[in-house]
Design a protein around this ligand. Structure first.
Ligand SMILES: Cc1ncc(C[n+]2csc(CCOP(=O)(O)OP(=O)(O)O)c2C)c(N)n1
Ligand SMILES: [Mg+2]
Length: 84
């Protein structure tokens, strides 16, 4: 028998491999909890993957706080291909 129960930490560890996921997650949280403040912290590179979801937030009048960590880079890309 498979034990399908996972902890929150295990869930996040799995999901956080996929960059951009948190914009959609923020949209979902803002829809589900309209009476609560939803706050998102994410990188500038990851934001570019799913930033279109912000238009849906605006269309539905949702106002999560989005803190964009702008270090002007996909760090992993800079490590692999250093700037000239
Ligand atoms: C869907 C998806 N595409 C590509 C990657 C590979 N990847 C891991 S981190 C990263 C860049 C993230 O950039 P940013 O959000 O700016 O974070 P920083 O590197 O600056 O900490 C990429 C492209 C991934 N994890 N998931
Ligand atoms: Mg970055």
């Amino acid at each position: 028998m498979i034990n399908a129960e996972i902890t929150v930490a295990e869930y996040l560890l799995h999901r956080l491999k996929e960059i951009g996921y948190t914009v959609g997650a923020t949209l979902g949280a803002a829809v589900a909890a309209k009476d609560r403040l939803v706050v998102l912290f994410m990188g500038d590179g990851a934001f570019q993957v799913t930033c279109q979801d912000v238009s849906t937030m605006i269309r539905y009048g949702l106002k999560p706080v989005i803190c964009l960590i702008n270090n002007d880079v996909y760090t992993i890309e800079r490590v692999i291909v250093p700037l000239q």
